[in-house]
Design a binder for this molecule. Structure first.
Ligand SMILES: [Zn+2]
Length: 333
């Protein structure tokens, strides 16, 4: 990935903050997988840098900048949960101890806690004291998707940083700079929301081709029978990408909803618009709602039911009920 340079104009509030003295306990709010992460990286680099530019960017030449580029800066600690897990107290206890020491290379130590809402209550309580009285040469930044999910005692000790917000066009532009073509950039971001980092990651993993297969299987189901449905349920229930399948199905269901309401400008699956348009009119509104509920609640259902295949069978059999007046046997033209 090329080094990310924020837009100088939108960086001005940060530049002013750097000049007047950055707060020690900070909050950055934004979706994970959005360009917020790269903006945070830029702020972190500028703070640790020996000679930041007048515009508030890291010099990319000094020892600190080189260590950051190598991923071995001794004054940086990033704590993040493993996917789907919480941040445990032990992880943060170590970080709280680490941050008390004098910086080794730069002027300050920088601790970042990603997905901070994933801290257990015990973990959150373990950092309270440090947030209240940070060591003199230290910065702590909590990154959160939803600040409202942080404990109020944590939130009240943090100052929110005015990081630039990226518009969709800027995200598309950034994706293209990384080598994704214009059409795919648009498709990815419509599917995933304004999260270009996530889009790039999935694009590199071949997700677009995978999605075509999943879409085909899903959309063809309505013309097929129960046997084909159960077969797909078996396949999907074993997939390690089940959460991505869920996102895709939710997008399709939401698109059906939008088509019925005439909200054409918000369609996520633009590349399947014609097909979805043909299918939308016959859909039962009641079944559409219950399908949406079922897929939304999937993580909860799976946590309560160890038989993933049975859960998926129910979801896909419910999918067939979207078209109550259609025959579900044999192939339809
Ligand atoms: Zn530097």
């Amino acid at each position: 990935m090329k080094t990310f340079q924020p837009d100088p104009q939108s960086w001005q509030p940060i530049q002013a903050l750097l000049a007047s003295g950055l707060p020690q306990a900070m909050l950055a709010v934004g979706e994970s997988g959005s360009l917020l992460r790269l903006h945070l990286d830029a702020l972190q680099a500028a703070t640790l840098c020996f000679k930041p530019t007048d515009e508030g960017f890291a010099c990319e030449q000094c020892r600190s900048c080189k260590l950051l580029a190598e991923g071995s800066h001794p004054d940086l600690w990033v704590a993040a949960p493993e996917p789907g897990k919480q941040i445990a107290i032990d992880t943060l206890r170590q970080a709280m101890e680490w941050i008390q020491y004098t910086p080794q290379v730069s002027n300050s130590r920088w601790l970042r806690i990603d997905n901070a809402e994933a801290m257990t209550v015990a973990a959150a309580n373990a950092i309270l004291k440090t947030l209240e009285e940070p060591p003199t040469r230290a910065h702590v930044v909590l990154h959160s998707e939803q600040a409202s999910r942080l404990l109020p005692t944590i939130r009240s000790r943090l100052q929110r940083i005015p990081l630039p917000e990226m518009q969709m066009v800027q995200s598309i532009h950034w994706l293209q700079q990384q080598g994704v073509d214009a059409e795919n950039s648009g498709t990815l971001l419509r599917q995933l929301g304004n999260r270009p980092l996530r889009a790039l990651e999935l694009w590199e993993a071949g997700w677009l081709e995978q999605r075509q297969q999943w879409m085909r299987s899903l959309l063809d189901l309505s013309g097929q029978g129960v046997v084909a449905t159960l077969k797909l349920a078996e396949q999907w229930s074993k997939s390690s990408d089940l959460f991505l399948i869920r996102e895709m199905v939710l997008n399709v269901l939401a698109d059906f909803m939008r088509l019925r309401q005439g909200l054409l400008d918000r369609i996520a699956d633009l590349d399947y618009l014609e097909e979805l348009r043909l299918k939308a009119p016959d859909i039962s509104a009641e079944a559409l709602q219950s399908n949406l509920d079922g897929w939304l609640q999937l993580p909860l259902t799976l946590s309560q039911n160890s038989n993933g295949m049975m859960v998926m069978e129910k979801l896909l059999l419910d999918w067939l009920k979207l078209w109550p007046r259609r025959k579900t046997h044999g192939i339809q033209n």
